[in-house]
Design a protein around this ligand. Structure first.
Ligand SMILES: [Ca+2]
Ligand SMILES: [Ca+2]
Ligand SMILES: [Ca+2]
Ligand SMILES: [Ca+2]
Length: 141
């Protein structure tokens, strides 16, 4: 009985050990891996938003993309985002979006914020965003 328990303990230590090794490996490689994943996610998001595929995001494309994201986040379908529907945004972000402080974020409130981002990211002020402009803006955040 004792032997069996020891054996079990040994197995447990081994699996824990390999889990720790896996974690160590993951964290060692994570800066690059995370950066690549982040870069890939940005590229995919950009391409999804660029509906006419001209390599630039117009304000209309950003508005359409934002409307789709808004609808996807609005779980209870009341045309507003409540804090629990916007969990990826921190409490500070939520308050910044909720300009009239009614505890929910409307689509115009989100769009105002998006337009501000859009204008800030459009570094050559040509009214559209290239992928480079988006990445540059994201890296400043
Ligand atoms: Ca476009
Ligand atoms: Ca909602
Ligand atoms: Ca509001
Ligand atoms: Ca531009």
């Amino acid at each position: 009985m004792l032997f069996r328990d020891r054996h079990k303990l040994r197995k447990l230590c081994q699996s824990l050990g390999s889990a720790l090794v896996a974690i160590a490996l993951a964290s060692a490689s994570s800066p690059v891996a995370a950066q690549n994943a982040d870069e890939q996610a940005s590229r995919l998001a950009f391409e999804a938003a660029d509906t006419d595929g001209d390599g630039r995001l117009s304000e209309a494309e950003v508005a359409m993309d934002t409307a789709a994201a808004f609808a996807a986040e609005d779980d209870n379908g009341d045309d507003h985002l409540q804090p629990d529907e916007l969990q990826e945004a921190g409490p500070g972000d939520f308050q910044a979006l909720d300009e009239n402080n009614d505890g929910k974020v409307s689509f115009p409130e989100v769009m105002r914020d998006k337009v501000e981002d859009f204008e800030a990211a459009d570094s050559d002020k040509d009214g559209s965003l290239t992928y480079e402009e988006v990445r540059q803006y994201e890296s400043q955040q």
